[in-house]
Design a protein around this ligand. Structure first.
Ligand SMILES: C[S@@+](CC[C@H](N)C(=O)[O-])C[C@H]1O[C@@H](n2cnc3c(N)ncnc32)[C@H](O)[C@@H]1O
Length: 279
């Protein structure tokens, strides 16, 4: 915790104390943990690429989520899954959302299970998710690691250095819709922090990704991520929220041709309720 200021370190300790309580947390307590738990303090795993989404931005991303069965890839302690819950669903007569979170860092999973206990939590590698037998998701939501961070595998159809593209390629195999926070330089448009939308900004690597996977990245409903510039725990880079329609013919064909699937228990140390995880 060396680099944290005194107030941030104290708030982080309070957040950890809440996580250790032997009772369920209130909504306010969950929000406190989401706001003050510091990802840089994790000791069990390298924290490369661990930058938790500010709660306000997570709530904005939720606007692009469709359907009831939601997968959060690289879930951290559950900022995006928390925003995707439908706590007033029962009042409105809506079905509860079926949330699945995949995160490789066991410490984050432990915190996440306290903050979003209604989700199924899998401690494992998001780059292997499409090799599991599971029911299709309506939406994958993710703020994945960015750029050339270490990885165990390539996403289907993409072999470059951008982790965010690998995560999206994996998502295309398991869902019909996607919502991703990615570096602005990886998006084919510029909107956040600009005076107006700038189209056709995709670079060579984006076009390589698109040609290899059949996936196009689209703009969102008008969310300017720079509005939350001061809410990150670290100095943020410029980002965009991109959306994907994975029902495109090319992507569906690739999904069908994927022959090798393994039972879910082989690749994941599963920590949620098994009956909701696979079918
Ligand atoms: C940018 S953080 C975002 C966390 C969370 N989704 C949020 O929005 O606050 C990315 C997360 O992905 C996790 N991660 C990195 N590589 C992973 C992998 N191969 N499989 C699963 N999780 C991974 C990191 O531990 C980190 O928690």
């Amino acid at each position: 915790m060396g680099k944290l200021g005194r107030a941030a370190a104290a708030a982080h300790r309070d957040a950890c104390a809440l996580v250790d309580l032997r009772r369920d947390l209130s909504e306010d307590e969950k929000l406190f943990v989401l706001t003050h738990y510091q990802e840089s303090t994790s000791t069990t795993q390298a924290t490369d690429g661990a930058f938790f989404t500010p709660p306000g931005l997570a709530r904005d991303m939720r606007l692009e989520v469709v359907g009831n069965r939601i997968l959060d890839l690289g879930a951290g302690i559950g900022h995006l899954a928390f925003a995707c819950r439908n706590p007033w669903g029962q009042v409105n007569g809506d079905p509860a959302r079926d949330l699945v979170c995949v995160e490789r860092n066991p410490e984050f999973v432990r915190v996440g299970m306290k903050v979003v206990p209604e989700a199924s939590w899998w401690c494992g590698d998001l780059l292997r998710v499409h090799r599991q037998r599971m029911r299709l998701f309506d939406t994958v939501i993710a703020n994945p690691p960015f750029g050339a961070v270490a990885r165990t595998d390539d996403g289907p159809g993409y072999h470059g250095a951008r982790f965010e593209y690998h995560a999206i390629a994996v998502a295309s195999q398991v869902a019909r819709h996607g919502v991703f926070l990615i570096p602005q330089s990886s998006a084919p448009f510029r909107y956040s922090g600009r005076r107006a939308m700038e189209h056709d900004q995709g670079d060579t690597e984006y076009h390589r990704f698109q040609a290899g996977t059949g996936i196009a990245l689209h703009a969102n409903c008008g969310i300017d991520t720079s509005y939350y510039r001061d809410d990150w725990h670290h100095t943020p880079i410029a980002t965009e929220i991109v959306t994907c329609d994975f029902t495109d013919i090319a992507v569906t064909r690739r999904r069908r041709s994927l022959a090798t699937v393994t039972p879910i228990t082989h690749a994941f140390a599963h920590q949620g309720s098994p009956d909701r995880a696979a079918s």
